[in-house]
Design a protein around this ligand. Sequence first.
Ligand code: FAD
Length: 362
Amino acid sequence: GARLPESVGVTVVGAGQAGLSAAWHLRRLGLVPGADLLVLDRGPDTGGAWQFRWEALRLDRAHKVHDLPGMDELGVSFATADPARPARDVVREYYDRYERHFELEVQRPVHVHRVSGGGGDPFEVETDRGTVRTTVLVNATGTWARPFRPHVPGAADFAGVQISTPEYRAAEDFAGRRVLVVGGGTSAVGFLRELEGVASDTLWVTRRPVTFADVPDAGRRAVRQADEAARAGERLPSIVAGTGLPATPENLAARDRGLLVSRPMFSSVQPDGVSWDDGTFEPVDAIIWATGFRAELTHLAPLRLREPGGGLQVQDGRAVRETRLFLAGYGPQASTIGANRAGRTIARRALAELERARPDAR
Ligand code: FAD
């Protein structure tokens, strides 16, 4: 690819929903891609994390995927996308049209390994294609690369197949096996429904009892809890845990036929199955951990922003202790609508920071 500039005004790391939304707003506020705006992504293709999702995943009518800002100009919407096509293809093509139409000039694949500097000085963004100095950094790296598995004694000695959500490819990989799915979110439910009739049997375990209900405020409450944690610098709660599962006819029918009936969390893993405290044992051949994600922030470690509570202190998308660092898609913004809104606020503030740092530049 093209050489990266040595120095730039604003660098956006990550071209998923959050990074693209921020880049679009920055461009609209007058930043020019290639001159004072640089967007980097380590993925080989467009689509953010969606490009890596499994083939059978479809855009969910229940969990809406929101359109990127400005896309209506092209007359393109996720709402009218063919529901029969894999979500990864739909999103990949959508983002591709978006990037090209708005000339966002995303540089890929560029892997950001390490970010240092800051504290009033420019950030040094170290990549596999050289180091870029940037006045403002918008980090929009998502969570896909950091699946979270709860610690359970014995898990390391399990003799069967054990994967997390990002490693799932297709139900056929589990043909004839007795599969345990762990987790209370949409991914877990999706896996159970795909495995039905392919696996020999499925078991479902969730940490909290599952409720199928259309709770109108559940999403808002989950976002508020994530916001409170981010402001306090605490580890983020799982958005999944807060929202509950939609009471669609399909989900309710699957519950009624016994597919979507969850058991409480087991207490240990044996080589050939899982055990509960009351002595119950279930043999399983495979475990799928659909137990959520953590924010992908390892490259920011040199900035030393991690709080004792285990998270970064982030307020309205900005790091409290590093005013030129923005975290798009973090915590309360971790949905496609949250990412969209974040882009707008972050772009305005990022530009204000840039003007403060370089009063003569523009
Ligand atoms: P991502 O899409 O993950 O983009 C981050 C980008 O950063 C990636 O392209 C990655 O390559 C890049 N990157 C990461 N680290 C680096 C690095 N060090 N250097 C360079 N580049 C880097 N939300 C909804 O609103 N509706 C849904 O229906 C929905 N379905 C979901 C289904 C699944 C299975 C999962 C796991 C999540 C779902 N979500 C859904 C949540 C969804 O992931 C977010 O809403 C949104 O797509 C995340 O966008 P993002 O830009 O924050 O992250």
